[in-house]
Write a protein that binds this ligand. Structure first.
Ligand code: GLN
Length: 625
């Protein structure tokens, strides 16, 4: 047994900030139990009696690769029975679930780790966590010869730990020389045909696998890899097929602590495994792996301090898996309609007025966080309880960080069953979910969802549809507008409009051409008579953000009327554009030539600004809820 406190190679401290409150908790538990010297060193393997009874380490590794550790977490010791769930995983991977089940059961035996609990008829061991089942599992590991099998076991374990592990030869020899009971088990298994070859090489492999050297920190990472669905959270390496993880954790939960398993799951409440080297690991799926190392054992072969620390941790941090910790908080960040928050499209007042009513037919669900089956159920119930007038349903999933497959399946099934109730079902911001949605639909061609990258574009699309439908019979949106159609010219007689027209300069732009650039001198305002333009601002990181679109009938660059400051945004022609520019000097000249026209223009302008501010205030109120 190595006694050095040396840090294993490759285990430099990548994490574990000592100011973190979790480290403080661990320190508290460590202090609380370090004085406890109850229990005995494992003595049936002579080499294990060389362990220092004071050794005591606690490590936690999270599924995002953080380690918190206190005490002797870098002290190497032998993994012993904690090897069992991992070799079981390797056997499942090599042989497949059914063939493994044919050789090893999954029923708790309620017996000690070294009991000879075999089904009377078949000789099948009760489960893979007692020695009989573990030896049978080792017998199922693939490899051309003993050397290759051992290399595969070491590689497999190393992927979980994230560093290359080795066997402690002294402990291995010590156990091989004294492990008569395990030899007896091996021969029994051979007798029943559970082992299909000579038992000695399998036992030899088993003793070696039990003698793999690990540290408490390694064990926490191995447990965290299980918690992380088989993916090592530090190295990013896949250690085991994620589909096998639930099988491994199930046998750990029901049998991992031998004849203490029932009480363990009752008290501590997480799949765990102990070994006579003094280690115990616990796995909180989706969250963390925990390991405690202290070699003094109770009569069942479980670390005494290990049990105490796990019990305290579980109680204090409420880690019991059956505690209803699942957040039932809704994932609906907010729900609004397009009358409350319209798209960023700048629209003439008449359209704005129409949409103040029509917009209510567009309902937007802004979802956030994690979509689980349960949170999705709530969203769907909420949708189904909406008033019937909803024609357009937009589900914005841009802020969804994770989605469980069953949750997406539920969403899809909802859409398929309810599509006829809506004119359009829209999913926005779903790029990251698109492939899994496609896969869930099994390649069916017509999706119940129309996809949009941005919710704003989706809302604009719905608004356009609604306006189009409401105009039916009155002709469609004009492609070309006249000066008297502009909000700015409302209430003006034709004479005044003619005066205004004489001050204007007709301009044409090609698609893609810049009309205004940030920083330009603001020397004119523009009446857009045909084509569309986009307004955008430059962001500090060099990207640009679209503020909105203008269609014919809208003004842009109109702030120039009020302040002669450099332009604060860019305007670009999306399509071929015609417009009138009103140079500021011409506008100023009205002060002396046609003061009443200037007053009227400014009044209309003030009115449109005040409408815009009111709209913004309403939106802030809706979005701030
Ligand atoms: N190598 C040990 C044995 O088989 C492992 C037992 C254990 O850790 N509980 O006896």
């Amino acid at each position: 047994m190595q006694r050095t406190q040396a840090m294993p190679p490759g285990a430099e401290d990548s994490c574990g900030s000592s100011n973190h409150p979790l480290v403080t908790y661990l320190r508290r538990f460590h202090q609380k139990h370090s004085g406890c010297l109850e229990g005995q060193l494992a003595c049936y393997i002579p080499e294990l009696t060389k362990a220092d009874p004071n050794w005591f380490g606690i490590s936690i590794a999270t599924v995002d690769g953080q380690c918190y550790e206190v005490g002797e977490t870098r002290q190497p010791f032998t993994i012993q029975s904690i090897s069992k769930p991992f070799v079981y995983g390797l056997a499942l991977q090599d042989e497949g679930v059914n063939r493994v089940l044919a050789k090893v059961g999954v029923e708790p035996s309620g017996d000690a780790f070294n009991s000879i609990s075999l089904y009377a008829d078949t000789g099948r061991p009760f489960n893979p966590m007692i020695n009989a089942g573990a030896i049978a599992s080792t017998g199922l590991v693939h490899g051309a010869d003993a050397g290759e099998k051992m290399r595969r076991i070491l590689d497999f374990f190393s992927a979980f730990a994230g560093r290359e592990l080795q066997v402690d030869e002294a402990v291995y020899r010590s156990e091989r020389e004294t492990g008569f009971r395990n030899f007896a088990i091996g021969y029994m298994l051979r007798n029943f045909g559970i082992l299909e070859s000579q038992p000695e090489p399998v036992l030899d492999l088993y003793f070696r696998q039990c003698s793999i050297l690990v540290t408490c920190r390694d064990l926490a990472l191995m447990a965290a890899t299980l918690a992380n669905g088989g993916l090592n959270p530090v190295s990013g390496q896949v250690a085991v097929d994620g589909r096998l993880v639930p099988r491994i954790l199930s046998v750990m939960a029901s049998c991992g602590m031998y004849d203490y398993s029932g009480e363990w799951i009752y008290r501590v409440g997480m799949p765990s495994k102990s070994g006579v080297g003094g280690g115990i690991i616990g796995v909180l799926p989706g969250h963390m792996g925990i390991a405690v190392f202290s070699p003094l054992l109770d009569p069942r072969g479980n670390s005494v301090r290990g049990i105490k620390v796990f019990s305290d941790l579980s109680a204090d941090l409420e880690l019991h898996l059956y505690q209803a910790s699942r957040s039932l908080k809704s994932v609906v960040r907010r729900r609004y309609d397009a009358a409350q928050v319209s798209s960023k499209r700048f629209r003439p007042q008449a359209e704005q007025q129409a949409l103040a009513q029509l917009g209510q037919r567009v309902t937007i669900y802004d979802l956030q966080g994690e979509l689980t089956l349960f949170s999705m159920d709530r969203v769907i119930r909420d949708i189904l309880a909406l008033p019937r007038e909803v024609d357009y349903l937009i589900i914005d999933v841009r802020r969804v960080v994770d989605a469980e497959r069953p949750a997406l399946k539920l969403l899809l099934d909802f859409a398929e069953a309810n599509a006829p109730r809506y004119r359009e079902l829209i999913l926005s911001g779903a790029e990251s979910l698109a492939s899994i949605l496609d896969e869930l639909r099994g390649g069916k061609a017509d999706s119940p969802w129309r996809l949009f990258g941005e919710t704003d574009a989706a809302i604009e699309y719905c608004e356009n549809q609604l306006l189009e439908a409401s105009r039916a019979g009155q002709g469609s949106t004009p492609d070309q507008v006249e000066l008297n159609d502009f909000d700015l010219c409302q209430g003006m007689d034709p004479e005044r409009i003619e005066v205004l027209r004489r001050l204007l300069e007709p301009r044409c732009y090609e698609a893609g051409q810049w009309i205004i650039r940030t920083g330009d001198t603001a020397d004119a305002l523009f009446f857009l008579t045909s084509g569309r333009v986009s307004i955008s601002v430059d962001l500090p990181d060099g990207a640009s953000k679209r503020l909105g679109t203008c269609a014919p009938g809208m003004l842009f660059g109109e702030m120039a009327l009020l302040e002669r400051r450099p332009r604060s945004a860019n305007v670009r022609a999306d399509e071929p554009v015609t417009c009138y520019a009103l140079p500021l000097e011409n506008f100023q000249r009205l002060t002396t030539s046609h003061p009443d026209l200037k007053v009227q223009l400014l009044e209309n302008f003030a009115k449109s600004l005040s409408l815009r501010v009111r709209k913004l205030t309403d939106e802030v109120r809706t979005l701030g809820q």
